[in-house]
Design a protein around this ligand. Structure first.
Ligand code: DGJ
Length: 732
């Protein structure tokens, strides 16, 4: 059983095939955390909670004076504010007494098969045979809140999830000020912290630093998970590498304000908390009401960052992404954005489609600019009816023509936004987020709709479903091009304004849920000015997310590598664009590591380029299985090597491998021997291109020599921006 409880010792043991997580019911009902790490069979771990004797500055419980226990030093399972633990608090409740001291103690527990859904929130899911759940019920005696700590163990995957439900069983309202989704205390401080930072056009760059005393954190208070920090953080042992050593990955299943903070305390121990950012958060909980904190995914790896990533990928591919498109090859698409921006009409789009069909492209996506009177990014968001001046004959006629050309049809929306210059805003100026008496900030000439309101969501749902139900739309790109300001709702009373950030996200999830239920056939792609909401919350509703507006293939390497730390490549929206700084072949090879498509004017391709595009599409169709389902190995990281970037996919049966190498900058002596990973050392692999046969052992230990040859082999790949793809299959 992955979860067990020993009554005598009061210990819970949560095992996966490679990890153990333990919780102890200590005296007076305190919950402690003796251990998280590689699998151990024993239960004799209580000693691990001892942190030495201490002086008067770490408070004690007056009932436990015979043991050196202080909540300030002990590894606490879920830290509370103001009752003796001065480190980062996971929970802070302001009760009817007006103070914010909080203290939860064990009441009871339940262990059961499967995994419960989280009301109104995205979360991983599992069948009864795939996971086991522990619910720990605790209580704060003074405020009267009951706090359930939820743990689900995916035994076969080396992953766990956590969430928290707070219920007000008192007779008075209480104010929740912090409800983090996890708190994990580690026994030392010898860890590296890896996270993903960035900005628009440069999302998810990997950064790693050694932990220091004090608090270090990554966060968002933009109302979106953001381009700037991803809700992902990894603590890894100092000697860990890409493929070795311990790594603890945390990824928050939420698309709004988050905080992942790490504190190294006075004893040199480490606490990590993660959840909804307490800044700009508050929740009034009336008697009888409950609040659910979003889910935190925790992955343990003893095979470095690479092992951690592969576990995240498997978990998300099989237990987060849903619906018809979950395991299906995605259509190769052509998107109108970089091909035409706002400058298109029906005839131009049909020409794109006809040209694209000849190349093997399967879908045309009509991006921004088809609705209201939108010819620039300064109007019409919220007016989701067709601009018949542009699309003469309307949408149905356009779609028919595109379908006739042999392509499916996809469309763009930005549902949470409203332009000041729109019919919707003129009719409902009260429908956007705003604070009475304060001027609204503007970004990309648009405001943000108040998604906490049911009437707003109903209107958007009605407008969009009118279009979707009357037309043969097979794909929907859901964009979100600014962050939130003046976050207030005209419908809520003053004491509830602090709820608006979270209510906004709940409203967005509600709308996405309605759409995915109403239109289960549609392939949804999320987007936020590129990858500003690339998070697991969004992946629950859309199996793919546009990675970045930066379509330069060399820049994309850093972005895609960072993204791959926790997200499967099957979710990366990646297109070949007209960015001639890099050869078309490399643009294709980089986009292959994703959902694959084009974002250029196909009419302008030369005959030679067209032949190459056809080959790229054939490659995508041929390799898609190993890319979408295979294990990813990051061989050379672009931020660590100035010359090359390389990665490899290996099928789960280890019979196929696909290797890609990109030369970001030409070396003076273009010498490169590359060692592969993840193969079967005892099997023999055939290089599909050269016919050469090598043992898996040779390819992994000695490597393959990719140095250019006098006959021209590998020469182009070694030039600035050059690349190569090699496919290996096991010899029968
Ligand atoms: C930002 C997206 O990332 C682009 O791909 C495009 O859809 C534009 N928005 C359209 O406004």
């Amino acid at each position: 059983m992955p979860i067990s409880f020993d009554q005598a010792s009061g210990l819970f043991k949560l095992d996966t095939k490679n990890s153990t997580y333990m919780i102890e019911i200590y005296r007076e009902g305190y919950l402690l955390h003796p251990y998280y790490g590689g699998y151990i069979p024993d239960e004799n771990v209580k000693d691990l909670c001892y942190r030495g004797t201490f002086a008067s500055f770490s408070p004690q419980n007056p009932r436990i004076l015979d043991e050196p226990f202080s909540p300030d030093l002990a590894p606490m399972e879920y830290s509370c504010n103001g009752t003796g633990d001065y480190r980062l608090s996971a929970l802070q409740v302001r009760g009817s007494g007006g103070d914010a001291s909080t203290d939860i103690r064990y009441v009871s527990h339940k262990i059961y098969r499967g995994k419960p859904a989280l009301t109104g929130l995205p979360a991983t899911y599992a069948g009864e045979e795939e996971a086991q759940t522990l619910e720990l019920l605790t209580r704060d005696a003074v405020t009267g809140v009951y706090v359930t700590l939820l743990y689900t163990v995916f035994e076969e995957l080396g992953a766990m999830t956590r969430s928290v439900v707070v219920e007000n069983r008192s007779q008075e309202p209480v104010d929740l000020e912090r409800v983090y989704s996890c708190c994990v205390d580690f026994p030392g401080m010898d860890y590296k912290m890896t996270h993903l930072y960035g900005q628009w056009f440069k999302e998810r760059t990997v950064a790693t630093r050694r932990l220091e005393h004090g608090i270090q954190s990554i966060a968002s208070k933009r109302g979106a998970s953001s381009h700037n920090h991803n809700p992902f953080l990894c603590l890894s042992s100092l000697n860990s590498t890409e493929e070795s050593g311990e790594a603890f990955g945390f990824n928050f299943v939420y698309s709004g304000n988050f905080d992942l903070s790490v504190e190294v305390d006075q004893r040199g121990t480490t606490r990590l908390i993660g959840g909804i950012n307490a800044t700009d958060f508050g929740w009034r909980l009336e008697p009888g009401e409950s609040f659910t904190a979003p889910e935190m995914v925790m992955v343990y790896s003893s095979q470095g960052l690479g092992g951690m990533s592969r576990t995240f990928h498997k978990l998300y591919s099989s237990h987060l992404i849903r619906g018809k498109w979950k395991d299906v090859k995605r259509p190769v698409l052509i998107n109108s954005w970089e091909a035409a921006f706002f400058d298109f009409d029906d005839d131009k789009l049909v020409e794109f489609a006809e040209e694209a069909a000849k190349l093997g492209i399967e879908m045309l996506v009509m991006d921004d600019g088809w609705f209201g009177k939108r010819n620039l990014d300064n109007c019409s968001l919220g007016d989701w009816y067709v601009n018949e001046g542009k699309l003469k004959g309307g949408l149905s006629s356009l779609i028919e023509r595109v379908n006739r050309a042999g392509l499916k049809f996809g469309i763009w929306y930005e549902p949470e936004m409203i332009s000041p210059d729109s019919d919707l805003y003129r009719a409902h100026p009260d429908w956007c987020l705003q604070v009475r008496g304060r001027e609204k900030s503007i970004a990309r000439t648009q405001y943000v709709l108040d998604m906490s309101r049911q009437d707003v969501r109903d209107n958007i749902f009605r407008q969009m479903s009118e279009v979707l139900s009357k037309n043969h739309v097979e794909y929907l790109k859901w964009d979100f091009n600014r962050n939130l300001t003046e976050v207030g709702s005209l419908l809520l009373p003053p004491e509830r304004q602090k709820e608006v950030f979270h209510r906004f996200i709940l409203g967005t999830y509600d709308l996405m849920d309605r759409f995915t239920r109403a239109f289960p056939e549609i392939l949804f792609e999320n987007c936020s000015g590129g990858g500003g909401r690339f998070d697991p919350g969004m992946l629950y509703y859309s199996p793919q997310i546009w990675c970045s507006d930066n379509t330069d293939a060399i820049e994309r390497l850093t972005i895609q590598f960072g993204t791959s730390l926790c997200y499967p490549v099957s979710t990366f929206g990646a297109h070949v664009a007209h960015r001639p700084r890099t050869p078309l072949s490399t643009r294709g090879n980089v986009a292959l590591c994703g959902t694959f498509g084009y974002e250029l004017d196909p009419r302008k391709l030369t005959e030679k380029e067209k032949e190459l595009v056809k080959k790229q599409i054939a490659d995508f169709n041929r390799y898609n299985d190993v890319i979408q389902r295979g294990d990813l190995y990051r061989l050379i990281t672009p931020t660590e090597n100035p010359f090359h970037c390389a990665w490899e996919f290996v099928s789960s049966d280890r019979r196929e491998a696909l290797l890609t190498v990109v030369t970001m900058r030409q070396r003076e002596t273009p010498f490169l021997i590359l060692r592969l990973r993840g193969l079967d050392p005892e099997k023999y692999y055939r290089d599909a291109e050269t016919g050469e046969i090598y043992s898996g052992a040779l390819l992994m230990n000695a490597g393959i020599n990719l140095t250019p040859r006098p006959d021209g082999a590998y020469e182009e790949a070694a030039l600035d921006g050059g690349s190569l793809v090699k496919y290996f299959t096991v010899q029968q």
